[in-house]
Design a protein around this ligand. Sequence first.
Ligand code: ADP
Ligand code: ZN
Ligand code: ZN
Length: 733
Amino acid sequence: MPQIIRVALDTPLRRLFDYLPPQPGTVPPAVGARVLIPFGRQRRVGVITEIAGSTEVPAERLKPVLEVLDATPVLDAALMELLSRAAEYYHHPIGEVLASALPKALRFGAPSIAREERWRLTEAGAAAAGAGEPRRAPKQRALLAFLLEATEAGVVGLDERFGAWRAAARALAARGWIASVETDVQRPTAPATAVRVAGPTLLPEQSSAVAALSAALEHFGAFVLHGITGSGKTEVYLRVIERVLGAGRRALVLVPEIGLTPQLLERFRARFEAPMAVLHSGLTDQERLNAWRDAFSGHARIVLGTRSAVFAPLPELGVIVVDEEHDASFKQHEGGFRYSARDLAVMRARQASVPVVLGSATPSLETLHNVLNGRYARLELSRRAAQARPPTLKLIDLRSHAVRGGLSTPAVLAIEHHLAEDGQVLVFLNRRGYAPTLLCSACGWIAPCRECDARLTVHLSAGRLRCHHCGADLPLPARCPQCGFAVKSVGQGTERVEETLGTLFPAAAIARLDRDVVRRPGDAAGVMRRMASGEARILVGTQMVTKGHDFPNVTLVVVLNADQGLFSTDFRAPERLAQTIVQVAGRAGRGSRAGEVLIQTEFPDHPLLTHLLEEGYEGFARAALAERAQAAWPPFSRLAALRDSGRTPAAALAFLEHARGLARHLPFGVRLLGPVPAAMHKRAGRYHAQLLLESRERRALRAFLDEWLPQVEQLKSARAVRWSLDVDPLELF
Ligand code: ADP
Ligand code: ZN
Ligand code: ZN
């Protein structure tokens, strides 16, 4: 029986494709290596998942693999296992899952190791050089003479030193005097473990965390490093990584948004001499390929990256760190393969028998639940490293104070006070733009998005009306299109708050941080510098200000509106709100002075806020977990969401109804909820709906999905919609 090469392709089909081995004498096939295969009339790149003994494909229809592209598999055995388990867990086709682990250039066949062109003289070339040829072309002559000297040692690379050498080389090659060869670029893999500068003396809690982790380096263990902002978590990561590098192994560090954490990157670079590979969404395809290659070859000792870096190749992995593990950006929530990088990091660590550290000031309720049931070990940092006192939190009752431009009188007075005392102020509002509504007070017209069930946001300085859901972008009208009366902006966005603060505090320079200001990673750095230098005295921003920055001189944080999260239909909204408040509060008083945090609300008696203020995040988490247990929401149950969108409301619902109809025999404990239209039914011109699957037990849900999903895929009505399955969804709508 011939060998059968089983190949996964980047397609949504849940199947593999069988081929015969390539011509003998070429690179031998191995699991995890890429192959070039004939596919219909195309050639495509796939990944070998298995070398099998037999196939159901009739012999006359089997074609041979054209070429095996990798002598060393791009996905080693450990990654192949991780990815196939991820495909099973998320019920996603293996071909797309494998593809998501490879940079685009590799998916299109680029070599896994960087190659460079090198040159040597031919015999004829040597003779010509000796004869002082070519006489009329001095550039070519010089190049030939150089190669005569240089290539005694073998081939040489040519570069800019020779100016425009390419034309000369081409001419010489055409005469058969020189020839080129491609060779792998050699980069040193020797362990570079040296620490540039020693870190500070650890505080007792940091020491015990480092000790606990160091004692666990030889086997799997999941650790939750729970420490308030500024308590020295990063220092703990650095020390553990130092140990790992010292043992000749490598570290994988996952972070939420790299463009927003230049400070973290800086600290790693400042601490270690070891080469690092940095992977994030702001890279070009070539940069991503280069970083991946540095990881793959073992050149990089530390790989630091966002979500998809959880699939980065790392020979001799020694530890995985997930910083800000509660952050929603670890969950891929678009496209086909919707995975949680945090959960896969735990899975990867288990397979590799190494520890994983989940760090956060506000661990997710799932993670805290895993601590309570003993699956994860908790390491606590309860004190700030650089300064002793945590900030004080206070509520401002919006119903009993005058409010101007979204700012209550006590907030304005506090800002004035802190500015006078030479502090900096951070004002947080989770809404960018100038105002969320454009209104005509004569006829009641409100600027709507045509494509969504949503209002258009006013962007005054840009003179545009924009939809934050579909990207619609229109000129800002001065008059009502319905009755011609003058229109006005209602409500607050960061742009308007910046303007209001400007009139209230004309002497204070104000900076703003939101997605309108930060368009590319790196844009944030300018804002950071203005704050760090003290030039800017007030920073107004969205969620972005809650992530990872250190503002040592901020002594006051004002949360303009805490109420959006209090009454949401999404059961996770309170958790997100509590995390945001605690994270933004953590930006206050990181330097030597204590901070003050003011939270404006119309519901100062809401239990979520009172728990948070009186007992901190842990008190909140305890209450929230009890509530989840009672309602049987995760982590006390498992969820999956089948979502779709169609051109009509009927099409969107029909598919989900049919899918539900297929589920006649539900296993014990599995419930279907819906289908229901999404809270924002129409978005980007399409109608969205959702069918929720809930189960007390993960295994029952998984078995059910295994049987049900292939039938759902076959439904005729599936062709009229775009649909996806989201296992462990983070956002419900
Ligand atoms: P986190 O990651 O928890 O926010 P960091 O590790 O960034 O905390 O530490 C906060 C600040 O305290 C940083 O400026 C850091 O350099 C400093 N720091 C951390 N550990 C120590 C220590 N043991 N002694 C002195 N300063 C420390
Ligand atoms: Zn009008
Ligand atoms: Zn829209």
